[in-house]
Design a protein. Structure first.
Lengths: 214, 339
């Protein structure tokens, strides 16, 4: 997939942030963390005089469609819309529960059905939740390599929330600090990066004479 | 407008009985199905080429010649001939021989094949799929059009003063389609040469097929072969019919649910919505097929898949009776449109 600079006329001051969340329970702490990160990123962008639209992609209701897409090779319905939302976003916030020492299978399957190149150069903030802080290296041992492979630009601060971070009186101070720092880093990347849009893949087909000659 | 059937030659267990036909039965059934296709008035029957189980169709020209000897009118074609892993010299020879034997009642559709392990068995690499298709076809064209070919490329032994025999019948090489599910490069190749472009159509949503066909048409005109709307387009289709649509659905569901490629995934209803699969009455198939033109324009060849996923021979033959009715309806529409 080729990226090119968008036309300046395309509302340059509104950025779209896709928030992908793979929590399974209702409500889930994964979704709570995703919402915190989305709001904090929006606030950080507003400080830089950029408005932001937050689009939340909940993977749980897409679970069947994601399996179908793995088998058929193409996403349909709500999943197609979710894929498009991520592909056309200016940044992605990706949040997963920790399952068996890694991201959840559902989380990985969603990124498996994206076309190669979808996240090329995409600013990404990674975050995870678990019952215990002992899982926190999943961010650096599983999530960062995944998004590096996908050629995304992952912000330096990744956010981990364990059960103890959700205090009786709301979000504990340390977690709030990490959320704000990570959101600020993501907003900086988004502001510095011109809005992107994807080129029609049919526009990239080389002229036949050059294919013959290669 | 030509109507016909295409097969991949899969040997799949019938999920309703657990029975798997033998290779011998499957090969013979392919011949019976082709003869029936002629009997019900279809124009084309296309056979596959695969070199791995569960497929039996490794030698398409042998099967085509055998069918051709037992039929009078129906055109034999392929779905597809592997241009990547088959030596273009052998394609030139085999299909020119077939052209003579069948008095030109044949053409062929080139495809790349998407099974990675097959390529190294023939000394090739799937990552070279597109370059192989381009170089091999460029050579194939020369072999059919020139005598004493001097040639050197990346993928096969050089040729010095080589003449492919037999020469094409009356000096006219067989017509070539280029088939693809999702590679615009293949549509570009078909457009460059002014050959036919066949969109598999049946595994992907219509929106994708529409873009591929539109791209091919634009490039066909760009290369000076005629107007975009006159480009030579073929489409796949997939149907299962009964007199009552609820019977068609209940009869086909176990085959759909266990089919190679898409089985165990989306429901029959979802897949019917997203792809051209039509399970219902002959009239529903007529209407759905006519709707393809809304996004693909007028096109020249419509092939239906009717014999896969373990469907027993008797069922396939019954489907062909119904398909004969469908095609005669579709021809009436064409005649009215032309009048």
């Amino acid at each position: 997939m080729t990226l090119k600079l968008a036309d300046d006329s395309q509302s340059p001051d509104v950025r779209r942030i896709a928030v992908v969340t793979a929590g399974l329970s209702e409500p889930s702490s994964t979704r709570l963390l995703a919402d915190l990160l989305g709001e904090a990123t929006k606030a950080a962008l507003l400080e830089g005089a950029r408005d932001a639209e937050i689009e939340v992609v909940e993977l749980r209701p897409l679970a069947h469609a994601i399996t179908d897409a793995l088998l058929t090779g193409f996403p349909t319905g709500d999943l197609a819309a979710a894929v498009e939302s991520v592909a056309s976003a200016d940044a992605v916030i990706a949040v997963t529960p920790v399952f068996s020492a890694s991201f959840s299978g559902l989380f990985k399957m969603f990124f498996d059905v994206l076309e190669p190149g979808t996240l090329d150069g995409m600013p990404v903030l990674v975050a995870a939740t678990a019952g215990s802080a002992r899982h926190s290296l999943v961010l650096d041992h599983a999530l960062r390599p995944l998004f590096s492979y996908l050629h995304a630009v992952v912000v330096p601060t990744a956010v981990f929330a364990a059960s103890e971070d959700w205090g009786a009186n709301g979000v504990a101070g340390d977690l709030r600090t990490r959320v704000d720092r990570a959101a600020g880093e993501l907003a900086d990347l988004v502001v510095r990066r011109p809005a992107l849009h994807r080129v029609d893949p049919f526009g990239d087909v080389p002229d036949f004479a050059s294919m013959l000659g290669s | 407008m030509e109507f016909g059937i295409f097969t991949v030659g899969d040997v799949t267990a019938d999920p309703t009985t657990g029975r798997t036909v033998t290779e011998h039965e499957r090969i013979k059934n392919t011949v019976t199905i082709a003869k029936k296709a002629e009997e019900v008035g279809l124009d084309v029957v296309a056979v596959g080429q695969h070199h791995n189980p569960p497929f039996v169709a490794s030698a398409p020209t042998t099967t085509m010649a055998y069918i051709g000897a037992q039929t009078e009118r129906i055109k034999l074609s392929t779905s597809t001939t592997l241009i990547t892993t088959t030596d273009p010299v052998r394609i030139a020879e085999d299909y020119a021989t077939l052209q003579h034997l069948l008095d030109a009642r044949m053409d062929l559709m080139l495809g790349r094949g998407n099974t990675g392990p097959v390529y190294p068995w023939f000394g090739k690499d799937i990552r070279d799929g597109i370059p192989l298709a381009i170089e091999n076809y460029a050579l194939l064209r020369r072999l059919w059009r020139e005598e004493n070919v001097d040639w050197e490329g990346k993928f096969r032994t050089p040729l010095q003063g080589f003449t492919s025999t037999p020469r094409p019948l009356d000096g006219e090489p067989p017509f070539v389609w280029h088939g693809s599910i999702r590679s615009p490069e293949i549509a570009e190749q078909a457009a460059f040469y002014g050959d036919g472009f066949f969109s598999n159509h049946i595994f992907w949503p219509a929106s994708h097929t529409a873009r591929m066909v539109q791209f091919y048409r634009q490039r066909f005109e760009h290369y000076g072969h005629g107007k975009a709307e006159d480009a030579i387009v073929g489409l796949g289709g997939q149907v299962y019919m009964a007199r009552r649509s609820q019977d068609a659905i209940s009869e086909f569901r176990p085959y759909f649910d266990n089919a190679p490629v898409y089985g165990h995934g989306p429901s029959l209803e979802e897949f019917s919505r997203e792809t051209p699969l039509t399970v219902g009455t002959p009239q529903q198939v007529v209407e759905r097929t006519l709707s393809f033109r809304e996004y693909a324009g007028n096109y020249q060849r419509q092939l239906f898949l009717v014999d896969h996923a373990g469907l027993p021979l008797a069922t396939v033959l019954n489907q062909l009776d119904l398909l004969g009715e469908v095609v005669s309806e579709l021809r009436k529409h064409d005649a009215e449109a032309a009048a």
